[in-house]
Design a protein around this ligand. Structure first.
Ligand SMILES: [Fe+2]
Length: 336
């Protein structure tokens, strides 16, 4: 059981709780099973230096069970009610965010110590549920337009997330989860047609409702294909942060800015970055060596407040932002 230093969620006034929903019971609702295979970053062609710069050695897993029959029924009851709050964007056709501000079941599920411990066993190191509630329990729905991918080729701006299927895959055709089994640079070059070799993505159909895949989603280029038959394909995407203080925060305000209400997002962002700096400052207070090395002390102080400084710059930037995605008519990340 975890007893972690997590950031408590504060409830914004604009959200109303669902009037009727089940109460989350981990003993009744969870059926956690280990995946058959976990691909490593090394298998995807990442160098040791690159792997050492990231908090987790994994790339992606095969599908594994998370929900019991009762858990699936309960989660479906909740997500059906949250559909009323769906939005759209360039990259993701139809989605719901902020669900943990409306559903206590979803909030308790996403912050379940049982699930967090299970994820830690899979990745081999400590994790905490993402400090930003907007990144908890994101729901992807079937786009309203036909011939549109559920989610276009992209990299996540969270480092670890699971994608939990909530619709019986016998009820729809298409909608596969696809990923490139290679370094992200190679995948993006392949999508842009500038790569030296053509690489084929792997298509995966999650075998049943209540099953999920786990990925270090900023290292694996992935998408969810369009559904060719059927009127429902619902997934829950939940994100984690590494517990490791030294891990670089890869979240990007620019990724949320086009899709989330700013009066919620900016405050969440400030709290998230303040939390990261707080943990680093606490570490510094406990462990900074006695020294007359001015440079070392100033460097440690600068590192500890770097997250807050970047938040100030990002929140001050009023320029228009769009979600980055690849291929087709996608926007190319300027880094590539
Ligand atoms: Fe993703």
């Amino acid at each position: 059981m975890n007893n972690k230093n997590q950031l408590p969620i504060r409830q914004p006034a604009r959200y109303q709780w669902l009037k009727s929903e089940p109460e989350f019971d981990p003993g009744k609702h969870l059926a956690l099973e280990t995946p058959e295979k976990i691909w490593s970053l090394k298998e995807f062609g990442y160098t040791s230096d690159e792997i050492n710069q990231h908090p987790f050695p994994i790339a992606i897993t095969t599908a594994f069970r998370m929900l019991s029959h009762e858990g699936l029924e309960a989660m479906r009851e909740v997500t059906q009610q949250l559909i009323d709050f769906s939005s759209t964007s360039d990259r993701i056709g139809n989605f719901v965010r902020g669900g943990v501000y409306r559903s206590k079941f979803l909030r308790d599920f996403c912050n379940s110590p049982e699930i967090t411990s299970f994820i830690e066993e899979l990745v081999g190191t400590g994790v905490i549920p993402h400090t930003m509630p907007l990144y908890q329990g994101h729901i992807n729905l079937l786009p309203k337009e036909t011939n549109r991918d559920v989610d276009r080729w992209h990299l996540d701006t969270v480092c670890l997330d699971y994608v939990l299927l909530l619709t019986d895959p016998k009820e729809f055709e298409g909608g596969h989860f696809q990923f490139y089994p290679c370094h992200k640079d190679e995948a993006i070059s392949s999508l842009n047609g500038t790569g030296k070799k053509s690489i084929q993505p792997i298509s995966m159909q999650i075998p049943d409702a209540g099953y999920a895949i786990l990925q270090q989603g900023n290292m694996v280029v992935h998408r969810a294909l369009q559904v060719t038959k059927g009127d429902e394909r619902t997934t829950l995407v939940h994100s984690f942060l590494p517990e490791n203080l030294r891990a670089k925060d890869i979240s990007q305000l620019s990724d949320c800015s086009p899709i989330d209400p700013h009066e919620i997002l900016f405050t969440e962002w400030a709290r998230h970055k303040a939390f990261l700096s707080q943990r680093k400052l606490e570490h510094l207070i406990k462990h900074l060596p006695f020294t007359d090395n001015r440079e070392l002390i100033c460097q440690r102080l600068s590192e500890a407040i770097k997250d807050v400084q970047s938040a100030i710059l990002e929140i001050s930037d009023e320029s228009e932002k769009r979600l980055v995605y690849y291929g087709n008519d996608g926007l190319t990340d300027p880094k590539f």
